[in-house]
Design a protein around this ligand. Sequence first.
Ligand SMILES: *Cc1c(COP(=O)(O)O)cnc(C)c1O
Length: 387
Amino acid sequence: MSSSNRPIYLDYNATTPVDPLVLEAMLPWFTEQFGNAASRTHLYGWEAADAVTKARKQVAKLIGAGEKEIVFTSGATESNNLALKGAFEASTNGKHIITIATEHKAVLDTCQHLEALGAEVTYLMPTADGLVSLEQVQAAMRPDTLLVSVMYANNEIGVIQPIADIGRLCRERGILFHTDATQAVGKIVMQVVFDHVDLLSLSAHKLYGPKGVGALYVRRGVKLTAQQDGGRHERGNRSGTLNVPGIVGLGKACQLAYVNMEEEHQRLAYLRDRLEKKILETLPNTYLNGNPTHRLPQTTNISFGQVDGEELLMSFNRIAVSSGSACTSASVEPSFVLKALGVPDELAYASVRFSLGRFTTEEDVEAAIQHVQKVVERLRAAVGHSM
Ligand SMILES: *Cc1c(COP(=O)(O)O)cnc(C)c1O
């Protein structure tokens, strides 16, 4: 899959390669079996509809849902938009939304959009380890709260929120509960019923499926206002001809994640722990960001003191990782997630997210450790000389 002089890919939280088995499952649906799943009058349509039904079952099974509760979308950005805007527009009894400051932009920007339309949004600040508490959520609830949206696992630091507890609280109060589970689905065991979730977003390209397809779980009985008008596909929740190959790929990706979950969880946690431990132990002035226990098995986010963040990222030429800063067109800003955790700016700039995945090997991790050690020591020595 990788030719030797390409950097080692350690950015699986940004996107994942399509698993060869997923690609194989998708291919016939581009060519021979190209039917429109909404065509009811001939074989081409019927077989496409059957393939979509099979995929719907595979997605549902991974999260413990019923197949009729799965709405296919173009990805988690759309799922989040549909969940929040759809719930707000369908609500008759409230305009208050609770979310957290470290959500993905697809939730935060949607909240901002809704604020312009009259919503009132409370943005909870997580504690220094990235977690929000049940007490915080409870204290923010109001009689007119219609929705709580808390991400399952954070994309930058990997922390896993107390979803089942928040879900139970919301259910008791009759408040809708949405979770952006894009980073958690396929990595950790989850059941929407145990978690008391009403709406859950997921995306294929974060779990070895193709880009541009995802799903929103909509619990039976939950009413959303559709965000685009058309042929009333997906039980009226999302109009538009179904992306049959993409949906087949998402289904296959979910099935593969389901059967390999336990084993892969252990393998990745072992590799991640090794990477993290080696870096933290051998390099002084390095710090782990986020709660060390309640988190995904394959993510680690580390700040490197005594180095310039930009220089650090540019010097990592043998590994593909994500930085703690986001380049906007005008400037480089430290990650808002790390800022919310109280990480000082210099350290936030010099933070690196390592995210491992299905095709990460032990050799990759060893090579990455050595590369990080070498680069950081070299940069620090250079700074030392200039002083
Ligand atoms: C990647 C990601 C998204 C966006 O998903 P797309 O399918 O790329 O739109 C949303 N939320 C989280 C937490 C993500 O990691």
